[in-house]
Design a protein around this ligand. Structure first.
Ligand code: SAH
Ligand code: SF4
Length: 338
């Protein structure tokens, strides 16, 4: 038989074992072997009887992602191209910033939202990733790098909040003490601002960090460059962001600076006005250029000027160092081409 056991969540494994008339806790043990111990052979699961190991080997296979390509830069950034079981392709990016080791993971094959400035948007949408395919990007990267990740950002291909059920399954695997054991305080989800998903996340048990890709302060302009904004108005996004901050963690607003579109001093002042009285962080990202897209990064002086205006506001401001640009591993550059 050729059923992939790795696709099952902990609950599903326990149920599966119950159905097979095997004690439920064996499901936990197998989950631990698969995720915490990264086992790829049932015969290595030494706390199961030999008979059970053989039984499982006869019924199931252990499979996740196939590494097709790995390229790195001098500053240590590495981009992984993975092949999924159905041969679809996705990418993840490892970003070392000692003492932190961050992995940026994908949640969808492509993205359905088509933001005009984003290369992932350009390739369109193929499908949602399953929970185990999301979590396996972290596990495989750890195996390849030879060290545990300290931080996870859901900022790769796709919109995490449009795939929230599978995102939650991945979070279970990633945070579980018998899974990858990474604390949710070190996990950030980036969203273009999906109201329904933000509500679900707000009402869930998860207390992960939330980053909102604001990018434009004006609703009409935002709609022009981010079509998703039409059905997800800024006003509602800000309202939910506020609730999230109050109930969970302070949110971050991401602002990709694009030459001539949103990089003027006046844009900075409007940004301050928009977020006035709302305790939140601002993360500026200089636009990562992409060969097939017409947009450009602002001149460095423009970025400094923009940043300086924000420094005088109530918000902590950071400028994200764009690492990995030369291998097209920066934000908005992931297209998973072999
Ligand atoms: N779909 C989610 C997460 C993936 S995109 C979201 O939009 O938030 C991750 C981040 O990359 C977003 O903040 C997005 O605005 C930004 N981005 C997209 N294209 C970019 C580019 N070419 N250069 C820099 N950042 C970009
Ligand atoms: Fe999708 Fe995010 Fe790119 Fe927009 S910026 S197309 S939401 S991945």
């Amino acid at each position: 038989m050729d059923i992939n056991i790795k696709q099952y969540s902990l609950n599903e494994l326990e149920e599966l074992f119950k159905k097979l008339n095997i004690e439920k806790y064996r499901g936990r043990q197998v989950f631990q072997w698969l995720w915490q111990k990264n086992t790829r052979d049932f015969m290595e699961m030494t706390n199961l009887s030999i008979a059970l190991r053989k039984n499982l080997s006869a019924r199931y296979v252990i499979r996740d992602l196939r590494l097709l390509k790995n390229i790195g830069t001098s500053d240590g950034v590495q981009k992984f191209l993975w092949e999924l079981e159905d041969r679809d392709l996705i990418e993840s990016v490892f970003i070392p910033e000692p003492p932190r080791r961050t992995i940026c993971v994908s949640t969808q094959v492509g993205c359905p939202l088509g933001c005009l400035f984003c290369a992932t948007g350009l390739i369109g949408f193929k499908r949602n990733l399953k929970g185990f395919e999301i979590a396996a990007q972290i596990q495989r990267a750890q195996e390849f790098i030879g060290e545990k990740m300290t931080n996870i950002v859901f900022m790769g291909m796709g919109e995490p909040l449009l795939n929230i059920e599978n995102l939650f399954v991945a979070l279970e695997i990633v945070t579980s003490s018998i899974g990858l054991g990474i604390s949710q305080r070190h996990i950030t989800i980036s969203t273009s601002g999906i109201i329904e998903g933000m509500e679900k996340l707000l009402n869930s048990k998860w207390k992960v960090k939330l980053a909102i890709s604001l990018n434009f302060v004006d609703q009409a302009v935002r709609e022009k460059y981010m079509p998703v904004a039409k059905n997800n108005p800024l006003k509602e996004i800000l309202h939910l962001a506020r609730l999230y901050s109050e109930k969970k963690e302070m949110v971050t607003f991401e602002y990709v600076l694009i030459r001539g579109l949103n990089d003027k001093p006046d844009d900075a002042r409007r940004l301050i006005r928009l977020l006035k009285g709302f305790p939140s962080k601002i993360n500026l990202i200089s636009y990562n250029e992409y060969p097939e897209l017409p947009y450009q990064a602002p001149e460095p002086e423009r970025i400094l000027e923009f940043q300086k205006i924000l420094f005088d506001s109530e918000h902590p401001v950071t400028l994200r160092k764009s690492k990995g640009k030369e291998i097209l591993a920066g934000c908005g550059q992931l297209v998973a081409r072999p």
